[in-house]
Design a protein around this ligand. Structure first.
Ligand code: 3HC
Length: 283
């Protein structure tokens, strides 16, 4: 089906990045969060990102204004009634996501696809909270979504081929490379590889093998990664890393995936990285 207007649920870092990419590629966006101040903040962040895009000669000022005008902010989920596709990017709480999908299912037209940007959770479980599990899939973007080139399109147990093709085509129309995750497995592909790296980095730290800075330097220079594991956890949120580690441990019935003490302590101390102004690095 033709997609012109996209509903995005959640105006945090991921919702903002996805909305930004969508409007820059000509789509209209209805961006919903529970508090209008979050939506306003998100719009400001998009305006800032696009101002840099203008400076870099990647878009004109007129295109920037037109893109910003394509965003409609709201706190009412009902305002997604006429969208052609939904991407949910709310916080990583399965029960909350199920509630959102249940509501979306009753609000949105029955033929449209409802996608979740969950980083790790079960697409099948989320789909089962709707009457259209065949039209539910995962669409996992990477932070910062404006820049990162990959989208994982994830098949829930009941997702149809048409749903996967629609999500894939949408990701590609955003200028992203889409890969298909054929089975609904925790963490899909990228986080299944990334999170054990975070766990191992945290173990090296707590065993006193090397410092935060030296582990990051080792990974950046030895593996040519743009960021080391601690920088990246600070960037994407130590709480998210913790959540996914614990989720893996439970889902795989394997405590080796679980969060090492040093990660647990950071979360208990509220040192969650960029969003709290303190993580493994101060400030
Ligand atoms: N408009 C257009 N392009 C822009 C731009 C803008 N407003 N701002 C930046 N860019 C482009 C730049 O031009 C540059 O591209 P170029 O090399 O072709 O010119 C590129 O984006 C990088 O921008 P910067 O030079 O400003 O920034 P850095 O070089 O410092 O890179 C970074 C920043 C992209 C965040 C880089 O450090 C990085 O890739 N870090 C790793 C990020 C990562 O691993 N993300 C995945 C996290 S895991 C995840 O999200 C999963 C989740 O479930 C947890």
């Amino acid at each position: 089906m033709d997609v012109h207007k996209i509903g995005i649920v959640g105006a945090g870092a991921m919702g903002t990045g996805i909305a930004n990419v969508a409007v820059m590629n000509g789509y209209e966006v209805v961006l919903r969060d529970i508090d209008i101040s979050y939506v306003e903040k998100s719009r400001q962040n998009m305006a800032k990102f696009m101002a840099r895009s203008v400076e870099k000669g990647k878009m004109s000022e007129e295109q920037r204004q037109a893109a910003l005008n394509r965003i409609k902010g709201t706190t009412a989920l009902e305002d997604l009634a006429d969208v052609d596709f939904v991407i949910e990017a709310a916080i990583e709480d399965l029960n909350l996501k199920k509630e959102i999908f249940k509501s979306l299912d009753s609000i949105c037209r029955p033929e449209i696809v409802l996608a979740t940007n969950t980083s790790s959770m079960s697409i099948t479980a989320i789909g089962a909270s709707t009457t259209r599990p065949d039209k539910v899939c995962g669409m996992h973007f990477f932070n910062p979504a404006q820049i990162m080139r990959l989208v994982e399109v994830i098949r829930g147990l009941q997702s149809s081929d048409e749903t996967i093709a629609t999500a894939r085509a949408l990701a590609e129309s955003f200028g992203k490379k889409a890969i298909e995750v054929k089975k609904d497995s925790p963490g899909f592909v990228v986080n299944r590889i990334l999170l054990p790296q975070f766990v191992e980095a945290a173990r090296l730290l707590q065993e006193g093998v090397a410092s935060v800075e030296d582990i990051d330097t080792a990974v950046k220079l030895g593996l040519n990664y743009p960021m080391g594991p601690f920088e990246l956890m600070d960037y994407t949120g130590v709480d998210i890393a913790y959540f996914v580690m614990e989720y893996f441990a439970e889902e795989f019935n394997n405590g080796n995936y679980g969060a090492p003490q040093v990660i647990k302590q950071m979360v208990r101390a509220g040192r969650l990285g960029k969003k709290t102004g303190g993580g493994f690095y101060e400030g």
